[in-house]
Design a protein around this ligand. Sequence first.
Ligand code: UD1
Length: 361
Amino acid sequence: MIYLVAGARPNFMKIAPIIRAIQKHQNELSYKLIHTDQHYDKAMSQVFFEELGIPEPDFHLGCGGGTHAVQTAKIMVEFEKVCVAERPDCLLVVGDVNSTLACSIVSKKLGIRVAHVEAGLRSGDMSMPEEVNRIVTDSISDWFFVTEPSGEANLLAEGKPRENVFHVGHVMVDNLYYQMARLDAVADKLETTALKRKLGKYGVVTLHRPATVDNPVLLKSVCQVLDECAETLPLVFPVHPRTRNSLNRMDFKFSEYVHLIEPQSYMAFLNLWKDAQLVLTDSGGLQEETTAAGVSCLTLRDNTERPITVEQGTNTVVGTDCDNIRSHFRRVLASETQGAKPELWDGQSSDRIVQHLIRLI
Ligand code: UD1
């Protein structure tokens, strides 16, 4: 039996297709789902479980909020109790959030093998909490499932045994294709459909990284350039709770062309960004989803741990300099989007992972 951990919003769309793939092999592999409750708001968690068809977790750890240390420590304490009681054969973690890190450490110390999905990504930027989480998780994982060649190269350069590194493609893309196929059936009921009709052409913005939103000077300058861009193309900006807090503290008001909305469900957000002229984001996952769907993306960061999205996909890393954002915004609007789909981003990655796990465990 394996444990699957889901903690924060970007985990849920990765866990959903893995559960679907395990359910096809019920005789060979069983699982239990642990929700750490790192994300606890209904809009950040429960809505995703319902919409993505994720079963009710077997365990809720109730570890939301707090500083990184408090959050990580609380998850470790609670997760250890569950692990000791049941001793799964393996722990599967996805991505790079604090829940990924906390549960991997606990498992490894209990002698439970760790499989890391989305392993090997590196931004080279140790000021990102996710980079620390990625490096520590990979340093103690037993099996590495990677999404793109850079992940494999990074792990091999760090001395991981080649036989434990598996380039399988991207489970988040499995989920994207699965949900895209269902979107037409539900689109009429989604609030974003009405907004799309009203706006016609539009761009989508998401910002939530501490490096972008916790620095008021930087956040204000980014907001100013977004406001300016929105005069050419209206922008829709679903606001993460962290960003909402920062905006509330800041003396800045967007013009009527920037539509601030609440965090969206997966389907409502997909419905929005898939038809956008472009996406401006500091997210990791959205850089990849836009590449998979052929939508232009400007990444408002100085680096990316997902270089395939730039080399082959539709992503451009533009940083947070206003002139740079402005000129790339204009360039994208004036040109046709060109991008290719990375190898193995074919909707079958979860099945590959499950086949490997059945053999390995
Ligand atoms: C986390 C992940 C990040 C991911 C992001 C997506 C880490 C280190 N970071 O960042 O990689 O891209 O999720 O959303 O794990 N909050 C709420 N309600 C919630 C969740 C959070 O109000 O449901 C508040 C928290 O109380 C906290 C802030 O938002 O004040 C940040 O939450 P936290 O889970 O620490 O990190 P995120 O910024 O969401």
